[in-house]
Design a protein around this ligand. Structure first.
Ligand code: AMP
Length: 369
């Protein structure tokens, strides 16, 4: 992922893929032209990289020149095409091939045709590396098209966003969801995830999703989901993955515009972690860090029994259920440490100390992300 000005872009078309297409276009055009020496005309600024690679791959003699037109402002194509540098040579009787980096609405192309109306060239052909068929509103024939792309804003390989990105050898696409900070707050039951999440969500303006809280809310309201979850929760067992994952996805969807999320109590299994990656990937986003609160088991059980005196949670009141929850954690959940470690996203934090001290330790990790 890259950032240009204040926007984020994700990789879209690789350098190799582009070069393969450019080579194919150069060969196709050379075959169609026979022995004639064509004049290739690049449309500046965007086409400079395409033209450079194209003529290197073109297997026969050719001439190259440029005209300079300007139509883009920021992310939007404007109606007003400016002719900044026009034709500087006589092209009477010549075969001219326009090399465009991208054709979307076709306004620049209309200007090109205006320029050539009175030039008496033998033939005018259009070759474009990228083409947005859904955006194209003109009837001019496109003789050679490299890659058809959806109507999304792209940068790189000559194309810019407000001046930046032209130098990139590959092409990037504007992310549909802008940058989110997504944190998995991890640790065994009683580690203090809920308490800390309440501070962190304020500090970093994130949405806190506690799957345990959502289940308890459903139990209180006697929903079908609540009834289903209760039988597992009462025993300190995990609710089945499918149920939990669907519920989590719905909670994320409810907050589609969020700055990011603190996931508390989720994921708890390998399948949940994978589902979370897929869910965020659909949003062009990802988990930035798993931050684990490390607390030993003896302290956990003490804390939970203490909490049980006031929390009203049946699963906090009984030492056997508490021990089962901790057991479930080590059996199914603790392995997720390796899952995030493998992605270089695991951060362990000492979870013993005052609430403020632990918030500070967590903030230090988040500030570095
Ligand atoms: P918690 O509030 O996170 O301690 O969760 C309380 C109970 O809710 C757990 O013991 C599970 O029965 C259930 N639960 C919460 N989150 C999940 C999850 N991600 N997967 C399965 N069960 C969960």
């Amino acid at each position: 992922m890259i950032k240009l000005h204040d926007l984020y872009f994700k990789p879209f078309i690789s350098e190799q893929e582009i070069l393969d297409v450019v080579t194919r276009m150069a060969n196709d055009i050379a075959n169609d032209l026979g022995d004639e020496i064509p004049v290739f005309i690049g449309i500046l600024n965007g086409s400079f990289m395409f033209v450079s690679d194209f003529v290197k791959k073109f297997p026969k003699p050719c001439e190259v020149t440029f005209i300079k037109l300007a139509s883009y402002e920021g992310l939007k194509s404007t109606d007003d095409i400016q002719r900044l540098i026009g034709l500087t040579q006589d092209l009477t009787g010549r075969t001219v091939i326009i090399l465009e980096d991208i054709i979307d609405s076709g306004k620049t192309l209309a200007e090109v045709h205006r320029i050539f109306k009175n030039e008496n060239v033998k033939e005018l052909k259009i070759a474009t590396l990228f083409y947005k068929p859904e955006a194209y509103k003109k009837d001019f024939k496109l003789h050679y098209v490299g890659i058809e792309i959806p109507t999304k804003f792209i940068v790189g390989y000559g194309l810019d966003f407000d001046g930046l990105g032209r130098d990139l050898p590959e092409v990037y696409q504007l992310k549909t969801t802008q940058h989110m900070t997504n944190i998995v707050l991890f640790g065994p039951p009683g580690a203090g995830k809920g308490t800390q999440a309440n501070f962190l969500k304020e500090k970093y303006n994130l949405i806190h999703i506690s799957t345990g809280d959502v289940f308890r809310f459903n139990i209180k309201n006697e929903t079908a989901l609540g009834m289903l979850a209760q039988s597992y929760m009462d025993k300190g067992e995990l609710v089945p993955d499918k149920v939990t994952i669907d519920m989590l996805a719905a909670e994320v969807e409810k907050n589609a515009d969020a700055n990011g999320f603190i996931f508390d109590g989720f994921p708890r299994t390998d399948a949940q972690a994978k589902a979370l990656d897929d869910l965020l990937d659909e949003k062009d986003s990802e988990i930035n860090a798993m931050i684990a609160l490390e607390v030993n088991d003896k302290i956990l059980v003490e804390r939970l029994l203490e909490r049980g005196k006031t929390s009203g949670r049946p699963d906090d009141a009984d030492e056997n259920i508490i021990r089962n929850r901790v057991k479930e954690y080590y059996k199914k959940t603790a392995i997720l440490k390796d899952y995030y470690k493998a992605q270089d996203k695991y951060y362990g934090v000492d979870g013993v100390g005052s609430i403020e001290e632990i918030t500070q330790r967590l903030s230090k990790v988040i500030d570095q992300l």
